[in-house]
Design a protein around this ligand. Structure first.
Ligand SMILES: Cc1cc2nc3c(=O)[nH]c(=O)nc-3n(C[C@H](O)[C@H](O)[C@H](O)COP(=O)(O)OP(=O)(O)OC[C@H]3O[C@@H](n4cnc5c(N)ncnc54)[C@H](O)[C@@H]3O)c2cc1C
Length: 399
């Protein structure tokens, strides 16, 4: 087994690094890599960067060539994700590229593929995910949003909650109940809904740090053409689980943690303790080394899982391993950043004045506490840690 990257892989890494340095607009880099205290970049920044990548043929890194992707190998995808993250680029839109895109490829009609896939690749569509409801989070199959057939439409009534980016999205993919008579996993249907349809109301929910990323979405008599149903009526649970495998582990997470680590190293060089950089203290070095080792181990697990996908298999329940590891490491790396800068971590919003006489450069410290608090959410979104452990216990360990 060859564990080192080949010469061609290293040349590809150089190519991506150079492209990002030359093509990522400075304002996007600054908003995302230097000052962001959010989990997702804005719609404008995400789609602008997607369009720039599209011109190069790189806007759907995880997609096969026949669907508009570059048709890269797993190693190339890993390199691309890593180099773009380290270069300060915002993430591409998961909901389009890593959730509904793969679902349409596997379950969509030809008309749906033709209608949606090219516009996801070109950065012309922004999606959100309507799974969770009040009372249906971990127990997703308990969802109650109803879709009742009326001629060539479904009439949808109910609500979704924690819907990331709903206030900016063009479309939402939803799980709705079309039949309540059988087991709760039955009678669920997967629908694509245009967010501009009459009867949809979006209300913001704010993080404890004040950030607005997710929302409540209310549906009152919303008419959805039957042609926007993916798969058969009642097939929604099967499709939902397929999508969750991709959301949890069918894509890379390690590059995001690698970008946090890069920022953390800079931060710890600038932050002083007893007149010396925090980065030189044995306690910090030990924790950084432990994190870096865990990240390398996680990267290899990701590569193994993604290699399985590349060979036509599904990520499977093991995707819960990388979801769990990623959540833990996101927490740890943002916690270590808070500790490295100590009380400066709380100087969040406008650092100019606050830092006039401070020892630390503003760009190193800004938003350390917001990042810390916001990344607590990693062990909830996409399914909680406890749920991932249940999946592993049942499906991998056979307990
Ligand atoms: C930042 C963020 C973004 C999100 N974005 C979206 C989005 O875009 N679209 C969307 O649909 N949803 C989204 N979610 C919702 C997310 O999927 C749910 O919050 C998650 O599935 C947990 O559901 P819940 O909040 O209802 O908690 P609950 O399911 O009520 O869980 C409460 C607690 O009980 C534990 N628990 C529950 N069941 C079990 C069990 N069987 N065994 C052991 N422990 C259990 C959980 O681990 C948790 O600690 C987002 C959440 C966050 C935090």
């Amino acid at each position: 087994m060859e564990l080192a990257f080949s010469e061609a892989d290293r040349a590809f890494a150089d190519e991506v690094r150079e492209f990002v340095a030359a093509s990522l607009p400075r304002d996007i880099r600054e908003r995302w890599a230097d000052t962001a205290n959010v989990l997702f970049a804005s719609r404008d920044d995400t789609l602008r960067w997607t369009k720039i990548l599209h011109e190069r043929g790189w806007s759907a890194p995880n997609w096969p060539a026949e669907d508009g992707g570059p048709g890269w190998s797993v190693i190339q995808r890993f390199i691309f994700e890593t180099e773009t993250a380290l270069g300060g680029a915002p993430p591409l839109q998961n909901q389009g590229l890593k959730m509904v895109g793969p679902v349409l490829m596997a379950y969509g009609s030809d008309a749906q593929k033709e209608r949606f896939l090219p516009r996801i690749v070109s950065g012309d569509l922004y999606w959100c995910q309507g799974y969770s409801e009040p009372g249906a989070g971990s127990d997703l199959a308990a969802l109650g949003m109803r879709a009742v057939r009326d001629g060539n439409d479904y009439v949808v009534d109910g609500s979704k909650i924690w819907t990331t980016c709903a206030h900016e999205a063009d479309w939402i993919f939803c799980l709705a109940r079309t039949d309540g008579s059988g087991r709760k996993q039955e009678g669920i249907t997967f629908l694509l809904i245009d967010m501009s349809t009459p009867g949809i109301t979006v209300r913001p929910l704010r993080f404890m740090t004040g950030v607005h990323e997710f929302n409540e979405v209310f549906f009152e008599g919303v008419r959805v053409p039957v042609s926007n149903r993916v798969g058969a009526e009642g097939q929604g649970w099967e499709i939902a689980k397929y999508l969750l495998e991709y959301e949890r582990g069918g894509s890379f997470l390690s590059h995001r943690i690698r970008a946090h680590l890069q920022r953390l190293r800079r931060l710890a060089e600038a932050a002083l303790v007893d007149g010396a950089p925090v980065a030189r203290t044995p306690a910090f070095r030990a924790r950084l080394a432990a994190l870096e080792s865990s990240l390398e181990a996680m990267s290899w697990t990701e590569l193994r899982l993604l290699d399985r996908v590349a060979r036509g298999q599904r990520p499977g329940a093991e995707s819960s391993v990388t979801k769990l590891l990623g959540a833990a490491m996101h927490k740890e790396v943002t916690e270590l950043a808070m500790e490295a800068v100590g009380p400066y971590a709380h100087l969040a919003a406008d650092p100019a004045e606050a830092f006039a006489n401070a020892l630390l450069p503003p760009e190193g410290v800004r938003n350390a506490s917001s990042r810390y608090f916001n990344h607590r959410a990693n062990s909830i979104m996409g399914g909680t840690d406890e749920v991932q452990k249940n999946v592993l216990a049942k499906a991998v360990l056979g307990l």
